[in-house]
Design a protein around this ligand. Structure first.
Ligand SMILES: *[C@@H]1O[C@H](CO)[C@@H](O)[C@H](O)[C@H]1NC(C)=O
Length: 469
């Protein structure tokens, strides 16, 4: 989702982040006994889950035209590897139905070139190029209006021609964005299904081999959802299953379905029950605005790495700001100057930077707290273990429990010196250049397991823990 409301309305009150150190205190010694598993996140050092390709480092929009307006070190710093764009709310050109297709395509082309220059995959939000970007007039035309696809076919013909002419056939062609929301699709489910099949067949004839992506519903998959049921039925009946199954995770953090641990198996079960081909799964928009803080970023990193699915950060601003700031990770000297520079990173950016550049080595299995609110992501480097923890909009005393220390050659009991880093947050445009080094604490352990508390006093701040072996 993107915003079509003024940005100022959407920025929540920033919770003051009390300076709570997660360092050891005397009461910690009995904490393991008191802490219930509902508030423990586990790291199993004995289970190697392979190397990371930084699944969470994708962006919805967030990249200006030209992309070089933002220094390249910021792209590589956050591991930029997926970009979804189509020119939504681009102020200089409105899209096909507003007579501004040519300018909007040039904007898309600039974004595509930026993605390619960093080796990132590009997903085209085709409905943005049509002009269905939540700013379309109430009398906007839609594919299939009046029982005719002639106008839509003229659009698709031009688009396919332009994609070929610019060597853009390696994109993922997203057929329509969030058709289950009337601000993006105003003519109902039957027309959507007809348009899905019409577009998929058009592409098979005119751009064979292009990867088709969809449905990018705002609702995560579940068997009780009419849009998913009817879309899967349509894919089955017309033989138009996509190569890439996409959907969004931008509902309440308390919504049970808004979670890969529920949605991923739901999607697998639905595809199998309909007898459809199993494609790749990509979350092309993740995280509500309140989750776009260090804790939320780390929580989502844990999920995407566990499920081996790519995720693209949701984008919660509007107009030209959609194509700037890396979907809420950067600020600049004048945040209201479209062409301004002087970029700097915020506190959430530092989490991605640590995840991509510092957390090297193989991944090991982690398990969320059973209240689903505290997660971890862990890697084992040659002589160092690094663990990033992340809370999903929670406070409270959680616990990190690290199992099977002996696989590293450590004794099953003894003392381990843990180095802690804090990732603070000072607002979406609050500059943070590095995590805060909180120093080391020696923890005693036994039973091949090290446990210590995570004092989560703010819903934004998060932590990384490191130790050598
Ligand atoms: C790792 O630790 C868990 C919990 O103590 C244990 O159940 C499991 O068997 C261990 N795995 C290995 C390979 O030792």
């Amino acid at each position: 989702m993107l915003s079509y409301i003024a940005l100022s309305v959407l920025v929540p009150l920033l919770l003051s982040s009390c300076l709570a150190s997660p360092l050891q205190t005397p009461r910690e010694t009995t904490l393991e006994k008191r802490q219930s598993s509902s508030m423990i996140t586990f790291v199993d050092l004995a289970t190697n889950t392979g190397n990371s390709v930084h699944r969470a480092s994708g962006l919805l929009y967030g990249v200006p035209d030209p992309g070089s307006q933002i220094p390249s070190s910021f792209y590589t710093g956050m591991g930029f590897n997926h970009l979804s764009a189509g020119g939504a709310q681009f102020p200089d050109a409105s899209g096909w139905i507003g007579g501004g297709y040519t300018g909007r395509f040039q904007d898309v082309l600039a974004n595509y070139k930026t993605a390619k220059s960093f080796g990132a995959q590009f997903m085209l939000k085709t409905s943005d190029l049509w002009g269905a970007d939540a700013t379309q007039p109430s009398n906007a035309i839609w594919p299939g209006d009046g029982g005719s696809y002639a106008e839509y076919d003229r659009f698709l013909t031009q688009l396919v021609s332009d994609l070929k002419a610019n060597g853009m056939t390696d994109i993922m062609f997203l057929i329509w964005n969030e058709p289950d929301l009337s601000i993006f699709w105003a003519v109902g489910i039957d027309r959507y299904l007809q348009t899905w099949t019409h577009t998929a067949n058009f592409l098979k004839s005119n751009l064979p081999g292009v990867r088709i992506a969809g449905p990018s519903f705002s609702s995560p998959p579940n068997s009780g959802n009419t849009w998913w049921q009817r879309w899967l039925t349509e894919c089955k009946n017309s033989g138009t299953a996509p190569n890439v199954y996409t959907w969004h995770h931008e509902f309440s953090t308390n919504d049970n379905l808004n979670d890969l641990s529920v949605a991923q198996p739901n999607m697998v079960n639905l595809i199998n029950s309909f007898g459809l081909p199993m494609g790749e799964f990509i979350i092309d928009e993740y995280g509500i605005l309140a989750e776009q803080v260090p804790g939320g970023a780390a929580w989502w990193i844990g999920s995407f790495e566990r499920w081996n699915m790519y995720g693209l950060r949701g984008n919660w601003v509007s107009t030209w700001k959609l194509q700037d700031f890396f979907a809420g990770l950067l600020g600049k000297t004048n945040n209201n100057d479209r062409f301004g520079t002087g970029y700097y990173s915020n506190g959430e950016y530092q989490v991605y930077k640590y995840y991509v550049n510092t957390m090297i080595g193989h991944r090991v299995k982690t398990t969320r707290s059973t209240d689903k609110k505290m997660d971890s992501y862990a890697v084992v480097d040659t002589h160092r273990v690094r663990i990033l923890v992340g809370g999903r909009q929670v406070t409270g005393t959680y616990q990190l429990t690290i199992q099977n220390l002996s696989v590293l050659g450590l004794p099953t009991s003894g003392t381990i010196t843990v180095h802690t880093f804090e990732f603070p947050y000072t607002g979406v445009t609050g500059r943070v250049d590095a995590p805060t080094d909180l120093g080391t604490v020696a923890h005693t352990y036994s039973g091949n397991t090290l446990s210590f508390p995570i004092f989560q006093t703010s819903t934004t701040t998060t932590w990384a823990f490191e130790f050598d072996y």
